[in-house]
Design a protein around this ligand. Structure first.
Ligand code: OAD
Length: 230
């Protein structure tokens, strides 16, 4: 079967690599206020706090290794005769470390720095600081290249095209509480795709999926990929 498979991943796929999720018990949003560390207003109020939050996550992600779930998706892309597109809400690089190519990071990446003044992007230092200057315009409004609440995710037009072309839409390890990603299942289904959810438990959008598989992604994904590849 040369179906086009479009995959959306969330924090749950990286949980077994030791990176905390957001909304599970003890998750990042239980320890930090979204308003403080994940909004442009929070950054304007206290850039040191925001840089410290992302610096800690960048250091943690740099040490993390992909798990069998990330590896299964890379194997699927390498061996499936049809197109496989991975869209991730994650800012870590574990899909890439597992060998996935062309991953769409709709919420940005920890490895990127962005100049708020001129829009220039470059490789972030492991520890970013408020006084870092932009290598292009020398401005000092440098920020992590991540999408915050109130900002528009990256590559939305490309994503909409992929969703419209999908034969199968697969959502993995996301609570489906953040839009627009939470709506992708409806967009894909409306365009005729079959839909499949992987999670530990039903997400907020579970009833929208044709099929659901519950369990840790490191176990459920390799089994599913083996089935698809026959
Ligand atoms: P959440 O923390 O909201 O949800 C993580 C999901 O992963 C939950 O539904 C868990 O049940 C599931 N999960 C946990 N461990 C799992 C495992 N081993 N295998 C399978 N599933 C597992 O994270 P996201 O949905 O990714 O955005 O959050 C979406 C966005 O909200 C993030 O990109 C971030 C956050 O605020 C921004 O910061 C803009």
């Amino acid at each position: 079967m040369s179906d086009k498979i479009v995959i959306l991943t969330g924090a749950g796929i990286s949980a077994e690599s030791g990176l905390g999720t957001f909304r599970d018990e003890g998750g990042l949003w239980a320890q930090h206020r979204i308003e403080d560390v994940a909004t442009p207003e929070g950054f304007a109020r206290d850039p040191i706090l925001v840089h410290e939050f992302y610096n800690a996550r960048r250091a943690q992600a740099a040490k993390a290794q992909p798990n069998a779930g990330h590896q299964a998706l890379a194997q699927l892309a390498a061996q499936h005769p049809g197109e496989v597109v991975v869209i991730t809400q994650n800012v870590d690089d574990l899909h890439e470390k597992a060998g996935s190519q062309g991953v769409i990071h709709m919420h940005g990446t920890l490895s990127g720095a962005l100049c708020s003044a001129c829009g220039h992007r470059w490789q972030a230092a492991l520890a970013m600081q408020p006084q870092d200057s932009c290598p292009h315009c020398a401005g000092t409004t440098t920020r992590p290249d991540v999408v915050w609440f109130g900002e528009i995710p990256y590559a939305m037009q490309t994503i909409e095209t992929h969703l419209a072309e999908a034969d199968l839409f697969v959502s993995i390890g996301t609570s489906a509480q953040v839009y627009p990603a939470a709506n992708f299942v409806q967009a894909a289904a409306a365009a005729g795709a079959r839909t499949l959810e992987f999670n530990l438990e039903p997400s907020a959008m579970a009833t929208r999926f044709d099929d659901c598989r519950y369990g840790p992604a490191s176990k459920t994904l390799p089994r599913w990929v083996a089935e698809i590849l026959g």
